[in-house]
Design a protein around this ligand. Structure first.
Ligand code: HEM
Length: 495
């Protein structure tokens, strides 16, 4: 009897396994159907979308997209196609809506009636710090933004242009006269050095290397699951943040006790504002924690974004020969009539074609793909009901590729910016009270890089793969855009 039972046991597990499988599939289907219906049609005006499994929502799909060659935006793109210009989902335990029309961008980003505040997912908020203006409440944000805004003057822009030009020229001296460079790597070195100098006068040595390395780790951790185990990406990001904070704290102490003086950087100006400028005014200065978190925020906001924008721009120009030739014409003219050895702000203002190229690259790259906000009260936009507490994301990439906003949106056409465009149809830097503080600096760095590349080398993009880097918060080319260079001097010599 026992022998018989033992013989039958494998068959019993076999049938039991099939039964469990069938029940699971049926339950999953039923759940999906029920959930889809509930979420899509139960209440008029509630945006369509699948909020996924209980608690987890669609977080696993989101993480899968982050880890795919199409990048995290694939999660949004596929749902935009399925549900239309507005959909909702559930990520990290919260409801998220994505909206992709100019009208919704205007209503949400202008936020005149104070219905929305900015909100990043938990991992990002922890990494940039509780005092960063990216995560600050309405009042707190106003205070910090006012302090930071005063730093972004024309003088700061002019010295950034001069310094980044110097950095590009130095970098180009180290490039082969005939050979290969990866634009992403080169651009990141340059933008990181430019940011470190402008913000805290770090130019060389251990501190520069540490900031370069650790900022990379913080950026990599931004989309990670916020788990604090030693081996997790998120934990490593937090550790990296701590090391940058230590460097900043040391710099602040040195400046206060007079062992490091004479700096003309953002850190110094924030410290001076803190110690003197606002003493007798109602506006208070920034605390040390606020200064540290916001210097880190500016490094993160400025270096990777600008390097990515430069990389995409080089790729787009390299793949559009007519644009390339027009650029060569414009840039050689400027190089020939330039009086000083370094580029100035005035030189940049005489580059209308290159400006169009930078803008078009920003549109097509959409480096920051959507802008996150949270609804502070129940409201309605374009007939879609939004509940208090929902995360509402403005899908800028979708607007940039909307054929009703831009003719032939898939074509790289710098001339489209000759005509006046709708401010809510071109959103690389956002608009309104939370728009990018560094937009002029970013555009200036793009133009400087382009000018030097175009006037020093003839070059060809040698890898046309458009796959996206996994785990990247900002849209980033996986290939890094390798180009083959030939020095123009060598070409002229042999001609
Ligand atoms: C191509 C390069 C850049 C791109 C595409 C970019 C894009 C953006 C976007 C889309 C936002 C947020 C808009 C929103 O949520 O409404 C933003 C915010 C910000 N950016 Fe940039 N940015 C770039 C470069 C820079 C640079 C160079 C700096 C500083 C040196 C900078 C500093 C900031 C700051 C401080 C904020 C926060 C503003 C606030 O919340 O009030 N960005 N940027």
């Amino acid at each position: 009897m026992l022998g018989h039972l033992l013989q039958e046991l494998p068959m019993f597990f076999y049938y039991w396994g099939i039964f469990v499988l069938v029940v699971t599939v049926v339950c999953q289907r039923a759940w999906n159907l029920w959930h889809y219906n509930i979420n899509s049609y139960s209440e008029a005006g509630i945006p369509p979308g699948n909020r996924g499994l209980p608690f987890v929502g669609e977080t696993l799909h989101f993480m899968a997209a982050i880890n795919s060659p199409q990048g995290v935006y694939e999660f949004v793109r596929s749902r935009r196609l399925r549900y239309g210009r507005c959909f909702k989902t559930r990520l990290f335990g919260e409801t998220h809506m994505f909206m992709s029309s100019m009208e919704s961008a205007k209503a949400i980003l202008n936020n005149d009636v104070g219905k929305f505040s900015k909100r990043y997912i938990k991992s990002i908020a922890e990494l940039v710090g509780p005092h960063s203006l990216l995560c600050a409440s309405h009042y707190h944000h106003k205070l910090i933004r006012a302090h930071l805004l005063s730093l972004f003057s024309t003088d700061s822009l002019a010295s950034l242009v001069q310094h980044s030009d110097q950095l590009v020229v130095e970098a180009l001296l180290g490039w082969p006269r005939h050979g290969l460079v990866v634009i992403q790597d080169e651009a990141l070195q340059i933008t990181c050095k430019a940011m470190c100098k402008m913000l805290m006068s770090i130019e060389t040595g251990y501190e520069l290397e540490t900031v370069q390395r650790e900022v990379g780790r913080v950026c990599e951790a931004m989309l990670a699951f916020p788990l604090r185990f030693k081996w997790t990406r998120f934990y490593k990001g937090l550790q990296a943040r701590k090391r940058i904070m230590d460097i900043l704290e040391k710099a602040m102490n040195e400046r206060r006790n007079g062992s490091a003086g004479g700096h003309q950087d953002f850190l110094q100006r924030l410290l001076a504002g803190n110690d003197n400028k606002f003493k007798d005014q109602e506006v208070r200065g920034l605390t040390d924690e606020e200064i540290r978190d916001n210097i880190l925020t500016m490094v993160i906001a400025g270096q990777d974004t600008t390097a990515n924008a430069i990389t995409w721009m080089v790729k787009f120009v390299g793949e559009n020969q007519e644009v390339y030739h027009n650029l060569v014409k414009e840039q050689l003219q400027i190089a020939n009539k330039r009086e000083s050895s370094h580029l100035t702000l005035e030189d940049l203002s005489e580059m209308p074609f290159a400006s169009g190229v930078a803008k078009e690259a920003l549109r097509m790259a959409s480096v920051v793909q959507w802008f996150p906000r949270v609804a502070l009260e129940d409201c309605e936009i374009e007939g879609f009901k939004i509940k208090k507490g929902w995360n509402v994301n403005v899908d800028a990439r979708s607007i940039h590729f909307d054929p009703t906003v831009h003719d032939d949106p898939d074509v790289f056409n710098p001339s489209r910016f000759h005509a006046k465009s709708n401010v809510h149809g071109f959103l690389p830097f956002g608009v309104g009270g939370r728009s990018c503080l560094g937009k002029n600096m970013a555009k200036a760095m793009m133009l400087v890089f382009l000018h030097r590349l175009i006037t020093t080398y003839e070059w060809k993009v040698i890898d046309h793969d458009s796959s996206i880097q996994k785990w990247a918060l900002f849209s980033k080319l996986r290939s890094g855009c390798p180009v083959h260079l030939t020095s123009i001097k060598d070409i002229n010599k042999t001609a």
